[in-house]
Design a protein around this ligand. Structure first.
Ligand SMILES: Cc1cc2nc3c(=O)[nH]c(=O)nc-3n(C[C@H](O)[C@H](O)[C@H](O)COP(=O)(O)OP(=O)(O)OC[C@H]3O[C@@H](n4cnc5c(N)ncnc54)[C@H](O)[C@@H]3O)c2cc1C
Length: 404
């Protein structure tokens, strides 16, 4: 174990992946997460993991945990078709296959399962119920993180992996902008397994991701998660010590539209619960193909929640210090191309690599500078590409021009 101490704020996908990578590299790490428990809140369902994400997970996880990840992920193929609201195919797209990667480089994973895999082996260095409120820099150059309960933790490096509302970013880079893309989503799921609902869904809508586009660029996105084996079976075979919660096959279903197309205010929308959100979605897809309307109606009310799409605005480079950022905390993006989590995982892989080099003697400032140079390049490219596609396809706002 090296002397370098890394403090990570946020135990989401990015923060946990970084902790895994550092743990494998023999670097001392502690993760502070504000949620009281790993399953505290609804964090969404299906995540597409692309080749960047798969390669990052392969780098940060133990070989055994990576095998569990690959064995529990769904393998939805590579079709990303677009239909109109009468279910006529308007655009067929097949993503390229990445040879040598599980699922040809496209996997559909359950977010909760991935978080459980990312947590395995880290139980003793992840602290829940620790809400970060700010940091101070010591005369020695070390950084102390302060928490709402009055406790603190000191490290040589502080990594803000605390998501879109990052308190770390707000203190460190107050000039960074996160803007409303004027798109609202209503996200839910319906069962695919052991139920007649699954049998009624047209198979052509069960590709990797299907967009059904209606009037005013309203849309419904559909994405199946079909597990290849029950969790307990996969862990018993590959990692008997790992505990994964049971999950059944489902179809993630997301309705989206521009803010002004909703007949309610944001506060009303975000106060609504499952049944009302489903009724609202049904009112916004009236007249669409009855099979699609039925799928919206079949969503489990308890699974439905609203999301506001926000995006960071790419910003000029800042000076490297002992505080850095990762994932949505620095480059939150529209989900239009589905790469936010993949980019956070890539950050974790790159930063774990640079910090492991620093633990082995590379000057720390140089290692962090190298991470930030690389991360800001691909991270802000992904922000721009996501915003451009979100604008073209579903009418989200264009990115504002960069303010000084
Ligand atoms: C509906 C939807 C679908 C998506 N689908 C995809 C997809 O298919 N593929 C994809 O690549 N991306 C997808 N994304 C994007 C993806 O979810 C995010 O980019 C990803 O979760 C970012 O990971 P992160 O670790 O940076 O942040 P998060 O996962 O948000 O984690 C941040 C963590 O920090 C914690 N935290 C926050 N504040 C504090 C504090 N003050 N103190 C301590 N802890 C704190 C939070 O509780 C949280 O656990 C989707 C997003 C949405 C909304």
């Amino acid at each position: 174990m090296s002397d370098l101490r890394v403090v990570i704020i946020g135990g989401g996908l990015g923060g946990l992946a970084l902790a895994q990578g550092l743990h494998q590299g023999g670097v001392r790490v502690a993760v502070y997460e504000k949620d009281p428990t790993p399953d505290f809140r609804n964090q969404g369902y299906r995540i597409r993991i692309n080749p960047d994400g798969i390669i990052a997970l392969q780098a940060v996880l133990t070989p055994q945990a990576f095998e569990v990840f690959a064995a529990t992920a769904g393998n939805p193929g590579s079709r990303m078709d677009v239909f109109d609201h009468h279910l006529n195919l308007v655009h067929a797209q097949e993503l390229p296959q990445a040879a040598g990667l599980p699922g040809g480089g496209n996997l559909a994973v359950n977010r909760r399962t991935l978080r459980q895999i990312l947590l395995s082996g880290l139980e003793r260095c992840v602290y829940y119920g620790a809400e970060f409120t700010g940091y101070t820099t010591e005369a020695s150059g070390a950084v102390t993180a302060h928490f709402a309960d009055g406790t603190s933790a000191t490290g040589d490096i502080l990594v803000g992996a605390d998501g879109v509302n990052s308190a770390t970013r707000r203190q460190y880079l107050p000039q960074a902008q996160v803007v409303d893309a004027r798109l609202r989503l209503i996200y839910g799921k319906l069962p695919l397994a052991g139920d007649e609902i699954g049998a009624r869904i047209p198979p052509e809508l069960l590709g990797l991701w299907t967009t059904v586009l209606g009037p005013d660029k309203r849309f419904v996105g559909l994405a199946p998660v079909r597990f290849r084996a029950p969790m307990a079976q996969a862990t018993a075979r590959l990692a008997p010590d790992m505990q994964l919660g049971d999950e059944s096959d489902y179809l993630a279903c997301v309705f989206g539209a521009r803010r002004e197309l909703f007949p309610c205010t944001d506060s009303e929308l975000f106060a609504m619960k499952g049944g009302d959100l489903r009724a609202l979605t049904l009112s916004l897809v009236q007249g669409w193909d009855p099979r699609l309307v039925e799928m919206v109606a079949d969503q489990d009310p308890a699974s439905i929640f609203p999301v506001s799409v926000r995006t960071s605005v790419p910003m000029p480079r800042w000076e490297t210090t002992a505080v850095t950022l990762l994932g949505d905390a620095i480059h939150v993006m529209s989900p239009a191309i589905g790469v936010g989590a993949n980019t956070a995982l890539r950050d974790a892989q790159v930063l774990a690599g640079r910090l492991t080099e620093a633990a082995g003697g590379r000057p720390l400032a140089q290692a962090l500078h190298a991470y930030e140079e690389e991360m800001l390049g691909y991270g802000f490219d992904a922000v721009r590409e996501s915003a451009a596609r979100g604008h073209r396809l579903v009418g989200q706002d264009l990115l504002p021009s960069i303010k000084g």
